[in-house]
Design a protein around this ligand. Structure first.
Ligand SMILES: Cc1ncc(COP(=O)(O)O)c(C=O)c1O
Length: 402
């Protein structure tokens, strides 16, 4: 049994770099939301769950969890990004602005006849690929999805069910992205990747903008401003998008923004420590498949380094604790089904009650209003049961310093 250790890195945000927020202002957020709203029968805001008993237990004012396990019937927020990026790509090919096209128009036979065969391709640890395959299918286009070594069969099957040609490679996530890009160039596929690199920035930016629907839905539903926002990061596209929307929202006081990472792939943690963007290589072995990315999206880094305050590097036991904590609520609190990458924030709550110096370091107190994201449900059901029912990855947590 592990006595849990956590590592906290502080960032010294430069602030004031308004330029990096320009693609996430209220006008951009509205454009994205309007497109998602045009997805009749598919789009519906996900719940913002208030956990009152948990807040009382932890000694903070309020805790809110945006529950993305309910998104599009796909159990994760990811398709928000993929759907918007594919829409923007098609609009551009048609010579139109995104605000002038609707989902129904893009799904019409006329569009496929005009554009001919377009194959959307991506590399994924699960959720992003499922979102791309889903959007391609509902618009009537083919898709190809590559997954890194060690990907769960259940996640592969969920993607194959959306009609994609799926393949598991011999590389880690970052290597798999490179393989996909090479094969796409050879086969004429359109790469829709959720991370950027020099020369490939337009589509990843659209993906990041797509995520703003999740963040703005949450901020609009909050009854009072958050004092603390926690966002998990793989390549950081989601956290970067969340940070940008929060920083642009016009709060009197900036909420304290904390990145949550898997220790096995803690590129933000190390980048904060070193004050520059650095990568982590190797197998990136963690149950948090969605966070198993060792190379930061540079578009996200520009935002994060300017605004985020902290990064917590978490062992797998933190995610397991979060899955159990949210799945077994206190009193009348609602149950939240959180998968490995979704649950990390729940695990932090479990630990904060024991590690009081961490609470102090994160500036949490009785007046704090916390916002967290459950970014996925039980996308790997057997693993969910191993952890929540079977007690896999138990933790021993005594009152101690972290
Ligand atoms: C469930 C889940 N949460 C969080 C993330 C992290 O998102 P990003 O890679 O944009 O940092 C992912 C990425 O795949 C994910 O699948």
């Amino acid at each position: 049994m592990q006595v849990l250790q956590l590592e906290l890195a502080k960032n010294d945000p430069a602030h004031g770099e308004q330029e990096v927020l320009k693609n996430f202002d209220k006008t951009s957020v509205k454009k994205v939301r309007d497109f998602h709203k045009s997805m009749w029968g598919y789009y519906k805001p996900t719940p913002l769950v208030e956990l009152k008993e948990l807040a009382a237990w932890l000694g903070v004012k309020r805790i809110f969890v945006k529950d993305e396990s309910k998104r599009f019937g796909l159990k994760s927020f990811k398709a928000l990004g993929g759907s918007y990026a594919i829409a923007c790509y098609l609009a551009k090919r048609l010579g139109k602005r995104i605000e002038d096209v609707s989902f129904d128009y893009l799904a019409s036979d006329e569009i496929r006849e005009r554009l001919g065969r377009v194959t959307f391709a991506t590399a994924t640890d699960g959720n992003h690929g499922r979102g791309i395959a889903w959007m391609a299918r509902i618009l009537g286009f083919p898709s190809v999805v590559y997954m890194p070594k060690g990907s769960a069969q259940a996640r592969l099957e969920a993607i194959a069910k959306e009609g994609a040609a799926v393949r598991i490679t011999e590389g880690n996530y970052d290597d798999t992205v490179r393989m996909l890009v090479t094969d796409a160039a050879r086969n004429g596929w359109t790469v829709v990747q959720d991370t950027a690199w020099p020369g490939y920035e337009e589509i990843p930016l659209w993906i990041m903008q797509g995520y703003t629907t999740m963040i703005s839905e949450a901020l609009e539903a909050l009854p009072e401003p958050p004092t603390h926002v926690f966002a998990q990061a793989g390549v950081g596209s989601m956290a970067g998008s969340a940070q940008a929307v929060v920083a642009s929202y016009g709060y009197d006081k900036d909420p304290v923004f904390t990145i949550l990472e898997a220790a096995a792939a803690n590129c933000f943690f190390r980048s904060f420590e070193q004050g520059k963007m650095v990568s982590v290589g190797g197998e990136l072995n963690t149950i948090m498949a969605g966070l198993a990315c060792g190379e930061i999206n540079p578009l996200a880094w520009d935002i994060i380094k300017n605004y985020a305050r902290f990064c917590l590097s978490c062992r797998d036991e933190v995610a397991a604790l979060g899955m159990r904590l949210w799945g077994n609520p206190l009193g009348d609190d609602e149950r939240i089904i959180a998968g490995e990458s979704g649950a990390i924030g729940g695990g932090i709550i479990g630990l904060l009650e024991k590690y009081h110096n961490l609470k102090t370091d994160l500036e949490l107190n009785k007046d704090s209003v916390m916002l967290l994201f459950n970014t996925e449900g039980d996308t790997f059901p057997d693993k969910y049961r191993d952890i929540v029912w079977g007690g896999f990855l138990p933790v021993e947590f005594r009152r101690r310093n972290y």
